[in-house]
Design a protein around this ligand. Structure first.
Ligand SMILES: *Cc1c(COP(=O)(O)O)cnc(C)c1O
Length: 409
């Protein structure tokens, strides 16, 4: 069997440098980098003029692979460093019963390891391999750890992973099975992050926390590229994104800027909506208060583990994208999340993850308060398969020897 050539061919690379997202200070690409000196995320910059000459929409259309189809927009230089577990272009599924088809779910649960964390971690792992790193560590609420373990094992890299005590059991098990050393911690993801930080000097692992290295965001950027391509290079009106660390929202926003710079899309942008849970809504609070940064949210709790992120190093980048797009940030309670999950599963046959269900709950709330109109095209991100989460028990039971009247079933 032949692999897609985009995985195995040497393609031209257009990275020019890295840039501090706060101060604009330049950093050299091609060497190991974490946060900038200002303690802020680094963004990868490209020679977009040269990139535009090297690839076209038509060439892209001939490629079959998932997010690696955008190789020219990505930082990996050598084909030998690409890691792949069979990525797909994730489908757009219109909610045909709950809307007239203008509400569309982008189902990221179809990616390897069952979540969109595959995008960011495939890139982070490939770049770790390219830069000669041997041991990676991260804090996780589950899905990121699973994706890192999987891709790192494929790349032959060692991984150490820390997750909160109440991380869904299935996540902890898949991380372990996929080759990582995983530890449960009596704290939240930011507490786990501190442990990762403490081991940077000794034992000397590399910190792959959200936005603390430059490449996960490049992987998440492919959601924006993919969405634009799927929509025929016209973007939808509104995007509802379940926001934890915000990598995906920031990444998509970066993708749209790069696509406009090379003339593939116009200046129209979707309104970016950051969706959080009322039990952990630092970005919503900062948005409503008109602040640039979002301080630590105390006693964070929600059933949607992926968005239980009490403090985000990229807070200002999320808030800037939300505001620049004329979008908003909105919080929904756990009851609304669980009701939305049930409604979409039973009416549409689509089993969302709680974070994905939060976007539908937020859509309904925004429709009711007029922040979205019923004729607007809205994309909801379902970031993981619903099958990775604890599901409600069913206790209806029948005794085969004393069948009830079947007409009552
Ligand atoms: C990580 C995660 C999120 C949040 O993604 P960010 O880009 O870090 O904000 C949302 N949903 C699920 C299922 C996740 O695993």
């Amino acid at each position: 069997m032949k692999l897609d050539p985009v995985l195995t061919q040497e393609l031209p690379n257009f990275v020019t440098h890295l840039e501090c997202s706060m101060t604009g200070q330049r950093y050299e690409a091609g060497r190991v980098q974490g946060l900038s000196e200002a303690g802020k995320p680094l963004l990868v910059r490209y020679d977009l003029e040269a990139l535009a000459k090297a690839v076209s929409k038509e060439v892209l259309a001939t490629r079959t692979t998932g997010f690696w189809r955008y190789r020219e927009f990505l930082p990996v230089r050598e084909a030998a460093h690409v890691v792949s577990l069979g990525e797909v272009v994730t489908p757009l599924i219109p909610l045909a019963h709950l809307s007239d088809g203008q509400v569309i779910v982008k189902d990221e649960g179809r990616l390897p390891t069952g979540s969109f964390k595959a995008r960011g971690l495939a890139l982070a792992v490939a770049m770790a391999k390219e830069l000669g790193l041997a041991h990676l560590a991260m804090p996780t609420n589950g899905n990121a750890g699973a994706a890192m373990a999987a891709y790192a094992s494929q790349a032959g890299l060692r991984t150490t992973i820390f997750c909160p005590d109440d991380t869904p059991e299935i996540n902890v098990s898949e991380i372990e099975l996929q080759g990582a050393a995983v530890y449960k911690v009596n704290g939240l993801i930011n507490d786990c992050g501190k442990i990762v930080g403490a081991g940077k000097e000794s034992p000397g692992w590399f910190d792959v926390s959200t936005l603390k290295e430059p490449y996960r965001i490049e992987g998440k950027k492919t959601m924006g590229l993919e969405l634009a391509e799927q929509f025929g290079w016209e973007l939808p009106d509104v995007i509802f994104y379940p926001t934890g660390g915000g990598t995906g929202l920031i990444g998509m926003w970066k993708a749209f800027d790069e696509l406009e710079a090379i003339g593939w899309i116009g200046s129209k942008r979707p309104r970016m909506v950051a969706v959080q849970a009322t039990g952990c809504a630092p970005i919503v609070k900062a948005y409503e208060a008109g602040e640039e940064h979002a301080p630590l949210w105390e006693n964070a709790h929600t059933v949607a583990a992926g968005i239980r992120v009490p403090i985000a190093v990229g807070d200002f980048l999320i808030l800037r994208a939300v505001r620049a797009s004329k979008g908003f940030a909105i919080a929904v309670p756990d009851e609304a999340i669980l009701a939305a999950l049930r409604e979409v599963a039973s009416k549409e046959g689509l089993l969302l993850c709680p974070e994905g269900a939060a976007t539908y709950a937020a859509y309904k709330a925004a429709l009711a308060d007029g922040r979205v109109k019923s004729d607007e095209t809205a994309v909801l991100f379902n970031c993981a398969t619903g099958l990775k989460y604890p599901l409600p028990a069913v206790d209806r039971h029948i005794d085969k020897d004393r069948l009830p009247d079947l007409a009552t079933l």
